[in-house]
Ligand binder design. Structure first.
Ligand code: SF4
Ligand SMILES: [Zn+2]
Length: 370
């Protein structure tokens, strides 16, 4: 990885900027970060060594561009075309541009941009729902070859399901805020965003906890050096096809507590076996129904990312389907919310058997009730 900062300094434009690290760092050395200046590294990607070879090569990995400013900042308008020239010249490098100003993208493009350049990835920052709705709508309709989303610092719960669904967003990264005045990041938001990414098969990186992290309604202060390590250790990043959720540690709920909680949910407690369902169970016998349950769980719930997840369980037509809704075993999101079983993993034989046992216990309870 290389960092290329052609200019330095920026203007705050959104809630994510409140504790901007460029401002924090500049303040600590008595510098005014709102003054925007070209840097000595302006033409860094074109610099050559004494053998006439480029100093930065493709082997150095991604070139993160404009990390102490914003590439689409209006004050940089006079300099940007020259940067595009450099990027065009270095078609062998992979430039990533992270911006909060995706709405200025169109007026900042080079004449030959066409439908995008292969060597440029545009990463739009979305720290909350309002910024997500405004910026992703723009990001998706622009001619860009590679799009990513960065929710950092994540300042609230974000629903970007509809933007992920089209398959145009290649990666989502999220993380909390660091620094003395950091605003809290709730693990619930991270998990929810991950679930959306799993459902759409989009790679997801949980990059850092931030300095103030909320987990299970408890607030934790995380030292700087542990913020990335803790996020990594949580296992909450996701790469499609790699059974990533297996790294996540979790505990299955106690059976009695689970049934108690389900009975308190207006939605879950509405489900009951009909007279026909009960007749079906009695006629077929509990062992046959158990084998049907095993089959449904294996086929519809167990893959890392099941087809049609969220809609794979009909509301009726088989007593097991009804039990699945009543017991929150209808889809992977419900399995995670109610049973702690992470999405984005292949269900193990034990996990499948646990689900089947919960369903059969509910069915047997129903048979006993009138
Ligand atoms: S856009 Fe980025 S660099 Fe500019 S003030 Fe906001 S957080 Fe800082
Ligand atoms: Zn569900």
């Amino acid at each position: 990885m290389t960092i290329w900062n052609p200019w330095h300094g920026c203007q705050k434009i959104s809630p994510g900027c409140a504790n901007c690290y460029v401002y924090r760092r500049d303040e600590s050395i008595g510098k005014d970060a709102s003054v925007v200046t070209k840097t000595g590294d302006f033409a860094l990607p074109l610099k050559k060594n004494r053998y006439g070879e480029y100093k930065i090569t493709a082997q150095d990995g991604v070139v993160f561009t404009c990390m102490t400013s914003d590439f689409f900042l209006d004050q940089a308008d006079p300099w940007r075309q020259e940067c595009w020239d450099i990027i065009r010249q270095r078609s062998d490098l992979d430039f990533h541009i992270i911006t909060k100003r995706i709405d200025r993208f169109e007026q900042c493009l080079p004449h030959d941009w066409g439908d995008g350049w292969d060597n440029v990835t545009i990463c739009s920052t979305c720290e909350d729902q309002q910024r997500t709705d405004y910026r992703l709508e723009i990001l998706l309709r622009l001619p860009i070859k590679h799009r990513q989303v960065i929710c950092e610092p994540m300042l609230g719960e974000i629903d970007m399901q509809k933007y992920l669904a089209g398959g145009l967003i290649r990666h989502v990264t999220c993380g909390g805020e660091s620094g003395d005045n950091a605003r809290p990041c709730d693990f619930r938001w991270v998990k929810e965003l991950r679930r959306q990414c799993v459902r759409s098969g989009v790679p997801f990186t949980f990059k850092q906890t931030g300095a103030v992290f909320i987990k299970d309604a408890k607030l934790y202060h995380i030292p700087r050096k542990l913020q990335m390590a803790q996020a990594k250790k949580s296992g909450y990043s996701y790469i499609p096809g790699q059974d990533c959720g297996s790294a996540i540690k979790y505990t299955l709920p106690q059976r009695e507590q689970l049934f108690e909680r389900l009975s308190r949910s207006d939605f879950r407690s509405r489900f009951h076996l009909s007279a026909n369902d009960k007749d079906y169970v009695i006629q077929k016998g509990i062992d046959t129904v158990r084998s049907h349950a095993r089959d449904f769980v294996a086929k519809r719930l167990s893959p890392e990312n099941p087809d049609n997840d969220g809609k794979q369980t009909p509301l009726k037509g088989h007593p097991v389907f009804v039990a699945q809704h009543a017991c929150a075993c209808c889809c992977r999101a419900c399995l995670e919310k109610w049973h702690n079983i992470p999405s984005g993993k292949i269900l193990t034989a034990d996990e499948q058997e646990y689900i089947v046992n919960v369903l059969l216990e509910w069915i047997q309870r129903e048979l006993k009730s009138h």
